[in-house]
Design a protein around this ligand. Structure first.
Ligand code: BGC
Length: 732
């Protein structure tokens, strides 16, 4: 580092413009570009809001859809295709994937995220990162961390407890960092428990690097830095875009307020990123047709068939079909904001279906469409099947703001009702980035295909699915609630006065609905196919689970086999720990295997500040959704052997349950000291030992101190009693 001046080094820790790092002292500039489902490379004006043009690139299905494929192999392929386009466009680092948890269906950016579940998010995100980096292009895992809303996103403090952080909001990042080793991580705009993510040392250094072994570069979200020096000191290596504050760094180093070695470290990480991406594959261009086909395959696997009464889908040939709804002709296929892509081409479902009779039915801008509805209803009246395309218009959801409702536009719902009155079979095809409620209109639909936002080839994919060229195989990655008020975060979202309290804690999505048995419209993991599957021969052991899945229908189809673990105690009803997408011909079976690790059984222990496997029995569940469990087995774990140290403030119950503590205590107690009355005994078990002296019953202070000293001697620690702040205070 000695051959670079302080000024040069400081300049390397911020960009030179919207999309480039600074070239200085022999370090070349890097090009960064959005985004998660397609390249947004801007040749002229650069902006982080998706306002200006970008060069055409393939618009793959956004994460809301790709996640619904539950197919990591597909995510890897999409990642590799994105990297090829990135490399061809001269991009070193692609700003994605986004792996924030869907805490509320209202979050305006949910279309960019995978799921309400951290395991699914982690696996899909890791696959994408692996795909992107397979060609030497860097990924940027974002937005780290606890960025689950757009309201006040640049300032809001997400107030979240330690266990919820560890079990819900951090695990996807952790899994991806450990398994896929992204070259960069992007910090989020928001504050986490009062501290800006961009200057959160615990997050950016202690957890990310020291615990998880991240060895790449931390970049700010665009404009997320509020204090250059504090950010650098916390572990943020690169500020994007530049704010012209490099002098603050040099001054802080000169004044001794910032150690120069921290600056050196950031520069080293930038140089490492240059080296890592400099060797990326070289391409002059890409096969636009092949990428469009991949986008189409991804879209086919991403749509979720929610309902299919009487097997109306796939459409039998020769039926008199009409297509209704502007969205069939003017598709919504991606979301607004920084991830907005200029597609290489765009298909709409109406054309892909061969342009059957069509009526727009409504206007996307919500304006009065004189006669539109009547025209559509008349068309439906003369048809056997009405394909009704409904969804959220562009202005209803985007990066930068949250929704306030999950309802479909009222004019669309009333169109549907009117169509259902005159047409026997009504198939609804939905286009929406965030969940929409279906409860109040689903009885008017014979079938519902949730198409999310399917990317540029979505129209063709929808036609393929409706006509049975292929079968639907997407599954819900988020619960569809009956009502917005049922959503666990509802009372807290999006907060006020710059604070949002994560009051529902770990009970996000199905963890809430399934634990409290709340009725939902469609559960997490749900999705129909054109076939059916049998599950048999479940074998469960602590290191893995096996089950046989058979296609019992008469068509080739894909099933998503889901593994949940259910523990007693202070835990959600069950949690997803594995999944596998299998493709089977009629009558064909496959033995599906899930590996289990200790971590899969663990919960975060606040007392221990670590993962803990409690001894006990738990249930292994295998099924087709969180509410369609087909097979169960019980397993018993001895736990991880953790034995805490006891203190004077440990309860009688904790002393008795402790292997050595129980022995020592029993020896000290007079025979017959235990109360005969069971209620009294229960009461006594919850009393800290030290309090027995206070109450004047049983143990004196001297005896309690002697017990603590005896235990301390056993473990070779100082005989001084442990601090009286908690019941069990030691680490393993
Ligand atoms: C978004 C990021 C994006 C960046 C650059 C920000 O507004 O939050 O996801 O990568 O802009 O466009």
């Amino acid at each position: 580092m000695t051959d670079r001046t302080l000024e040069e080094k400081a300049s390397l820790t911020s960009g030179s413009g919207t999309w480039h790092t600074t070239a200085a002292a022999g370090v070349p500039a890097l090009t960064l570009a959005d985004g998660p489902h397609g390249l947004r490379v801007q040749r002229r004006s650069g902006d982080a809001l998706g306002l200006h043009d970008s060069v055409p690139a393939t618009c793959f299905p956004p994460a809301v859809a790709l996640g619904s494929s539950w197919n990591p192999r597909l995510a890897r392929e999409v990642g590799a295709a994105l990297a090829r386009e990135a490399a061809a466009l001269g991009v070193n680092v692609l700003l994605g994937p986004g792996v924030n948890i869907k805490r509320s269906p209202l979050c305006g950016r949910n279309f960019e995220y995978f799921s309400e579940d951290p395991h699914l998010t982690g696996v899909m995100g890791a696959a994408m990162v692996t795909g992107i980096q397979s060609l030497g292009v860097g990924a940027s895992l974002k937005h780290f961390a606890v960025n689950n809303q757009e309201t006040d996103r640049m300032r809001v403090s997400a107030e979240v407890d330690e266990r919820t952080l560890r079990e819900i909001y951090l695990p996807a990042f952790e899994h991806i960092v450990r398994e896929a080793r992204p070259y960069t991580v992007m910090c989020s705009y928001n504050r986490v428990n009062g501290v800006y993510a961009s200057q959160h040392r615990w997050l950016l250094t202690e957890v990310l690097r020291a615990e998880w072994g991240f060895d790449g570069l931390v970049v700010s979200d665009w404009g997320a830095v509020n204090d250059r020096v504090a950010a650098l000191a916390a572990g943020l290596d690169l500020e994007m875009p530049p704010t012209g504050t490099d002098e603050q760094i040099t001054e802080a180093v000169r004044a001794g307020r910032l150690e120069e070695k921290i600056l050196d470290q950031a520069v080293t990480r930038l140089i490492q990123l240059v080296r890592r991406t400099e060797g990326r594959a070289r391409f002059d261009g890409w096969d636009a047709e092949a990428h469009h086909e991949l986008a189409r395959e991804a879209a086919r696997q991403s749509a979720v068939l929610l309902k299919n009464d009487g097997g109306v889908l796939p459409l039998r040939p020769g039926r008199r079909v009409c297509v209704l709804g502007e969205l069939a002709r003017t598709p919504r296929y991606q979301g607004g904001g920084s991830s907005h892509v200029t597609p290489t081409r765009l298909e709409n479902a109406w054309q892909a279906l061969g342009e059957p009779p069509f009526a727009a039915g409504y206007r996307l801008d919500g304006g009065p469409g004189a006669g539109l509805r009547e025209e559509a209803v008349a068309l439906a009246a003369g048809s056997e099947v009405a394909l009704v395309f409904l969804g959220l218009p562009e202005h209803a959801e985007s990066e930068g703001f949250d929704r306030t409702t999950i309802d479909l536009p009222a004019d669309q719902v009333s169109l549907l009702r009117a169509v259902a009155d005159v047409c026997e079979e009504v198939v609804v095809v939905l286009s929406n980035g965030g969940v929409v409620s279906v409860a109040e209109w689903r009885d008017s639909a014979t079938a519902i295909l949730e198409g999310w936002l399917l990317g540029q080839a979505g129209g063709a994919a929808i036609a393929d699915l409706l006509t049975g060229v292929c079968g639907p195989s997407g599954r819900l990655t988020e619960t569809i609630p009956l009502r917005l008020a049922d959503v666990p975060s509802h009372l807290h979202f999006p907060g006020s006065d710059g604070v949002v309290v994560y009051g529902e804690g770990r009970y996000v999505g199905y963890r809430h609905y399934d634990t409290l048995d709340v009725e939902v419209a469609y559960p997490f993991g749900h999705g129909l196919t054109y076939s059916r599957f049998d599950y048999s021969d479940l074998q469960a052991a602590l290191d893995g689970v096996e089950v046989t899945v058979t296609n019992a229908g008469d068509r080739f189809a894909q099933e998503v086999v889901q593994l949940y673990l259910a523990f007693d105690g202070d835990r959600p009803r069950h949690e997803l720990r594995g999944f596998a997408k299998v493709s089977l011909e009629p009558g064909e079976s496959e033995r599906v295997r899930f590996a289990l690790t200790e971590r899969d059984l663990a919960r975060w222990s606040v007392r221990r500040h670590g993962w803990q496997v409690d001894p006990g029995t738990f249930t292994v569940e295998v099924g087709a959704s969180s509410r369609d469990i087909r097979l169960r087995a019980e397993l018993t774990t001895p736990g991880d052997g953790y034995v805490g140290t006891l203190s004077r403030m440990s309860t009688l119950g904790e002393w008795l349950a402790h292997p050595r503590g129980g022995e020592v205590l029993r020896a000290a107690l007079k025979p017959g000291a235990a109360p005969a009355d069971p209620a009294l005994m229960r009461l006594a078990l919850g009393v800290p030992l030290a309090k027995f002296a206070t109450f004047g019953v049983g143990l004196s202070t001297e005896v309690v101190d002697a017990l603590v000293a005896a235990l301390a001697q056993d473990s070779g620690t100082d005989a001084a009693p442990a601090p009286d702040t908690g019941a069990v205070t030691a680490t393993p």
